[in-house]
Design a protein around this ligand. Structure first.
Ligand SMILES: [Zn+2]
Ligand SMILES: [Zn+2]
Length: 292
């Protein structure tokens, strides 16, 4: 069956987390590029949504409410997208607030370690890269390091200092994938495993599916055609939805793929909408209250 190719991007970051364009700027860019829908999936926050919805109002562009939450298992890093999440859900927001506090504490510890390594940074220098209500994270610290000339680009900051094996790395207290899936589903969202091949966690898809995962991000800039085929096959086997997105972070070099650069069938959005419709039912959500 041949599907119409839609211009949809279901994985997009803004200045509400570590992207470099504001939600309104991202909406304008999406309109310029003729996209039909984007999902805002900022890390641990839904604070960019109001601005994006206001900017998209009356334009025909659909802005899907979303979030991306990182979770940890000893076997690896699992990023989980919550698409069509209810941004006003009380317990969900409380949880995001406590995650934000933990994230700020971690950023301060990283700055202490960098200072001990002879690379001091003022809090305000880093905060300048994090406008609005966003929570300071490693990418903001990396940008401040570039500005001070400690490193030549963001990639080098991670590779030499603040990445997982770097001397200024501080681990983060995180939820398990099961807790994140529960949190998202309790808030009426569709839980989708982000970039599984790029994260090297494809083999855990079956177990996550048994724990309530509803979809996998198949189309992604770093996924090879073989990855796409394998993920598609796994999705079919475990009755999971398929999604895709660029993981857009901004226009500067090194920020990653351009907005709307991942081509996928428009069918993806329709199936997601149907799943979200079901996910909003109170009985569906209550099953996952226990996970909180
Ligand atoms: Zn991610
Ligand atoms: Zn992302």
């Amino acid at each position: 069956m041949q599907f119409q190719q839609g211009r949809v991007d279901l994985h997009v970051h803004t200045t509400a987390s570590d992207g470099s364009l504001t939600p309104a700027q991202v909406v304008r860019l999406a309109l310029e590029q003729g996209l039909a829908a984007i999902a805002l999936t900022d890390h641990d926050t839904v604070e960019g949504l109001a601005e994006a919805w206001a900017a998209a109002s009356g334009t025909g562009l659909e802005v899907v409410p979303g979030v991306e939450i990182s979770s940890d298992w000893p076997v690896g890093d699992f990023h989980i997208l919550g698409l069509y999440i209810d941004p006003w859900d009380g317990p969900f927001n409380e949880c995001l607030q406590s995650m934000k506090a933990a994230r700020l504490g971690r950023a301060r510890k990283i700055l202490e370690r960098l200072a001990a390594l002879g690379m001091p940074l003022e809090w305000d220098e880093v905060a300048r890269f994090c406008t609005g209500n966003c929570a300071i994270g490693r990418l903001h610290i990396a940008r401040a390091m570039v500005q001070r000339g400690y490193v030549s680009d963001v990639h080098q900051a991670f590779q030499r200092y603040i990445g997982r094996d770097g001397p200024a790395y501080v681990p983060r207290l995180r939820m398990t994938p099961v807790e994140v899936i529960g949190l998202i589903r309790r808030a009426g969202g569709v839980a989708v495993l982000a970039h599984p091949a790029a994260s090297g966690v494809v083999e855990y898809i079956p177990i996550l599916a048994s724990m309530g995962l509803q979809g996998v991000e198949v189309w992604y800039p770093d996924h090879s055609p073989e990855d796409v085929r394998l993920l598609f096959q796994l999705a079919r086997q475990y009755h999971l939805l398929v999604t895709g997105g660029s993981d857009f972070h901004g226009l500067e070099s090194g920020a990653g793929a351009p907005l709307g650069s991942v081509d996928m069938p428009l069918q993806v959005l329709w199936q997601l909408q149907q799943a979200a419709e079901l996910a909003r039912q109170p009985e569906e959500r209550s099953v996952f209250s226990m996970a909180l």
